[in-house]
Design a protein around this ligand. Structure first.
Ligand SMILES: N=CN[C@@H](CCC(=O)O)C(=O)O
Ligand SMILES: [Mn+2]
Ligand SMILES: [Mn+2]
Length: 320
């Protein structure tokens, strides 16, 4: 169910003749085995894979996202190192969903995230289908202090608020969170950015309305001024204390993100999304972050994997 990080998952081109000036991420990353005691995180980012697409299978989607973490790591491995000296990167290995045991894998992911937060790391979870989000949340929830309000921000073409009455899936994580928060007397603050009307039934819009979900459609994000969206994001950030940020790669147009379980023809461009993400990262409230739904089986020239990796590259620089 868990595989520690090892050198074979972080490798690539080397420019040895250039010494330290030629270093790339695979040469500077610290590899961790999260089944053993880990050092103090000191506010550094740790990558943790969730190799799972059982939620996608249950949600009638195209499976393949279990190979997502390895593909994002491969794309990140060759990044030139421009990190500030006081910033370290850690590879935390993968939690693996075996034999369709999604619920157990989500609990394992939650335990690892909870431990990393307790140790002072900034967890960056590499999905996996969007069922990654519920496991991730299981590790965030115990970390919230008394009275702290959690804001959940999801960049996604979909609400992922489906009923999980029969079984949880990649389509249900945010409804699961809403119910868990309610059970502990906490409010559900959920902002969804990039929603496609045609990708969400009336039932899903009704669930979103019943739960008081805030959202901006992809079309509104594209047509209206960025300042208005930033204002909405800022006012959401003002009413909460901590943020759990989730990025579903299907929020992007299929031209940029073909390698996802459910591609979006009229999705957003990376240029639409990056400034909004950067604003959120700069808030100082982001506790934990994931990037999900990469399906390398449908990717073209690693386009989607490279997009995921490039977003990570820019976001960790802004993560306060
Ligand atoms: N994470 C899943 N999201 C979508 C999938 C939609 C589709 O398969 O078309 C959902 O359940 O709504
Ligand atoms: Mn999703
Ligand atoms: Mn989606």
């Amino acid at each position: 169910m868990y595989k520690p990080s090892d050198k074979t998952t972080w490798n690539g081109r080397m420019d040895l003749q250039d010494g330290v000036l030629g270093l790339r991420w695979h040469q500077i990353i610290h590899l961790l085995d999260l089944s053993r005691d880990v050092p103090d995180g000191e506010g550094n980012v740790v990558f943790l894979g969730f190799s799972c697409d059982e939620g996608v299978r249950r949600n009638q989607g195209r499976v393949g996202a279990a190979a997502g973490p390895a593909a994002i790591r491969k794309a990140m491995s060759v990044f030139a190192d421009h990190l500030p000296e006081d910033m370290q990167l850690y590879g935390g290995g993968d939690v693996i969903c075996a034999n369709q045991r999604l619920e157990e894998a989500q609990v394992q992911l939650g335990k690892k995230v909870e431990m990393l937060l307790r140790k002072g790391f900034k967890p960056l979870v590499l999905g996996g289908g969007h069922e990654t989000a519920y496991g991730h949340f299981l590790g965030i929830q115990p970390h919230l202090r008394e009275g702290e309000q959690l804001g959940i921000i999801n960049f996604d073409a979909h609400f992922d608020l489906r009923s999980y009455h029969q079984q949880p899936s990649s389509g249900s994580p945010f409804l699961q969170m809403a119910h868990d928060l309610e059970a502990t007397g906490k409010e559900f603050h959920y902002l969804c950015l990039g929603i496609q009307e045609y990708g969400n039934t009336r039932k899903l819009f009704q669930t979103a309305a019943d739960l008081g979900v805030d959202f901006i459609t992809a079309q509104t994000l594209q047509l209206e001024k960025k300042t208005a969206h930033l204002k909405k994001i800022k006012s959401f950030l003002e009413k909460i204390d901590r943020v759990y940020l989730s990025i579903d790669l299907d929020v992007f147009a299929a031209a940029f993100a073909p390698g996802v379980s459910a591609p979006t023809a009229l999705g957003l461009t990376p240029q639409d999304v990056l400034p909004l993400l950067q604003e959120i990262m700069r808030s100082g409230k982001v506790l934990s972050l994931d990037i999900v739904e990469l399906n390398p089986a449908f990717d073209l020239d690693q386009r989607t994997a490279k997009l995921a990796a490039s977003l990570i590259y820019h976001l960790i620089k802004e993560w306060r």
